[in-house]
Design a protein. Structure first.
Length: 545
């Protein structure tokens, strides 16, 4: 089975923060799971280097757009690598290859009569002497009265046009823009609405609730045709004679990265990309709530309009993440930056907390207290404790080499159920439920150890005590598989520390008999001093850090 997984493309205009990671992490978890199942997985993403936010940052810092894009693209790659992300291809939208694919997609839409020209009024700043990209126009949302940008309201998620805003102003000089006539290409979304409604009805059981609700709202209101070109400096040049000074707008550019990344990966690896873009391909699109309409309306419309029938199957759209009960604000430094976080904390602690406490179905809050207490209580106190005391006790009494043969049948059946149930949850995109069920099993393992009292049994019957410990070791080696999608660095320690690398591990219970050797002599986790809670909180909102 071919499985395609597309992670949203972060803008290369600033460092990654927890909000980005909370939305993107499910992609790596699901990719790792399907690889363990033995499926053919293609997991792609990249840095959005054509977006207007990069131009804003470049002007603010008096640098070129490429300098800014290069800086953050490299930082993104380092962060994702440090967090254990397993992208098959992580690229960027300013690459020559991506531009070629976007232009080809544009021409295909034009050939199939999904694009047409329209003379419109676009915001123009007299003071800056330029047409303003939609994001450069700020004002008040006509729908919810919140402050917003000219392309989309972050508060109510309404897709906007700058002319819709109240109290409009230029983001650079704060002057009110005028509107001048210019000609642009439009995507005929209204023409494709019926096809979209059929597609969405067929796939609604594979989408998260927020995606269904928001998309239905747009469809009920009636889809409006949207401009797909803009008078901007940075981006993909429109491949039509007479329009070379215009660029393809982000509506087509960014989401087309999924296709360009797949095709570029295939070229580099001498593989075929088509198997991952068939009508029956299992696909997952991973992103935050603010990106829902791009993935449920814009991207399917582009695919349908260009004749590609591999439409998004699973929409994994996260809700928002707050920090210490307050809305995340990068400008006010009310944010936690991934690069900084990785310099002090175990990447698996970060992955664990953002999964078990992530904004999967509702908004979630990142609390330093919860983060540190959960590490100490659940990773160290539960998982680490089970592994450490079992291994130390066994090694002390019976040595480092052992063979697992006759495992308690109830335990084997329980482990089989965990693989089946947690795997089914992951296939639905329910990463939190899946991890929660596995950690419930971890807690059960500790309870089993306590109830069986191998230290007491040892005094009466050493062989019976050995069997109890074998049961616990069997639980641990299976946790080395079950937790691999979530805690890759920790499970790597378990796999190596119990000589499991000699086995070919899949998403199924480890077969017995199996002979292993203990080499894991250090704890999986270290305790975090709770004094760190106040130290970390002091950094929030403090621009000197």
């Amino acid at each position: 089975m071919a499985v395609f997984i597309g992670g949203a493309w972060p803008y290369a205009n600033g460092s990654l923060h927890l909000g980005h990671l909370a939305a993107l992490l499910p992609g790596d978890i699901i990719a790792r799971y399907y690889r363990l199942k033995g499926e053919d997985v293609l997991y792609v993403s990249g840095s959005d280097c054509n977006g207007t936010p990069i131009s804003i940052r470049a002007k603010q810092e008096n640098k070129s757009v490429k300098e800014i894009a290069d800086l953050y693209h490299e930082e993104f790659q380092e962060c994702f690598h440090s967090l254990g992300f397993t992208y098959d291809h992580y690229t960027r939208t300013d690459s020559t290859y991506h531009h070629q694919v976007v232009r080809a997609t544009f021409l295909e839409l034009l050939k199939n009569d999904w694009l047409y020209k329209r003379i419109v009024k676009q915001a123009f700043c007299i003071s800056c002497d330029q047409f303003l990209p939609d994001r450069f126009v700020v004002g008040v949302c006509p729908n919810c009265e919140s402050n917003c940008r000219g392309d989309q309201c972050e508060n109510c998620s309404t897709i906007l046009d700058p002319i819709d805003l109240k109290e409009r102003s230029c983001k650079f000089c704060q002057e009110e823009p005028i509107f001048k006539e210019t000609e642009h290409f439009y995507l005929a979304l209204s023409k494709i609405q019926t096809q979209l409604e059929i597609y969405i009805h067929q796939n609604k059981n594979f989408w998260r609730g927020n995606a269904i609700q928001m998309t239905n709202r747009y469809l009920t209101e009636g889809l409006l045709d949207r401009a797909v070109t803009r008078d901007i400096e940075v981006g993909v040049t429109v491949p039509v004679e007479g329009y070379e000074n215009k660029k393809v707008y982000v509506w087509i550019d960014a989401v087309s990265g999924y296709l360009s990344a797949a095709q570029e990966w295939a070229q580099i690896n001498k593989r075929e990309w088509h198997p991952f873009w068939q009508e029956n391909t299992v696909s997952y699109y991973i992103h935050g709530k603010d990106n829902i309409p791009f993935h449920t309306i814009i991207w399917p419309s582009i695919l349908l309009g260009s004749g590609i029938l591999s439409l998004p199957k699973h929409i994994i759209s996260s809700e928002y993440l707050t920090i210490e009960k307050k809305k995340l604000s990068t400008s006010g430094n009310w944010a936690i930056w991934i690069k900084d976080l990785l310099s002090r904390y175990n990447p698996d602690t970060i992955r664990y907390f953002l999964t078990i406490n992530g904004p999967e179905k509702r908004d979630a809050d990142f609390s330093w207290r919860e983060f540190i207490y959960r590490h100490n209580g659940e990773l160290l106190g539960s998982l680490g404790n089970l592994v450490q005391r079992t291994i130390k006790f066994y090694q002390k009494e019976f040595g480092p080499i052992f063979e697992l043969t006759n495992i308690n049948q109830n335990i084997k059946e329980k482990i089989e159920r965990i693989f089946d149930e947690s795997g089914a949850m992951l296939e639905r995109g329910d990463c939190k439920k899946s991890l929660d069920s596995i950690f419930e099993f971890v807690r059960w393992g500790n309870k089993y150890f306590d109830e069986q009292k191998p230290w007491a049994v040892l005094k009466e019957n050493r062989e019976e005590a050995r069997e109890v410990l074998h049961d616990c070791l069997y639980v641990i080696i299976n946790l080395g598989v079950l937790l691999q999608p979530f805690l890759p660095f920790t499970t790597e320690k378990i796999v190596k520390g119990l000589s499991l690398e000699q086995l070919e591990l899949f998403w199924q219970p480890v077969e017995t008999p199996v002979q292993l050797k203990i080499t894991l002599n250090e704890p999986l986790f270290k305790r975090i001093d709770i004094e760190q809670i106040d130290k970390e909180r002091e950094k929030l909102g403090n621009t000197t850090y």
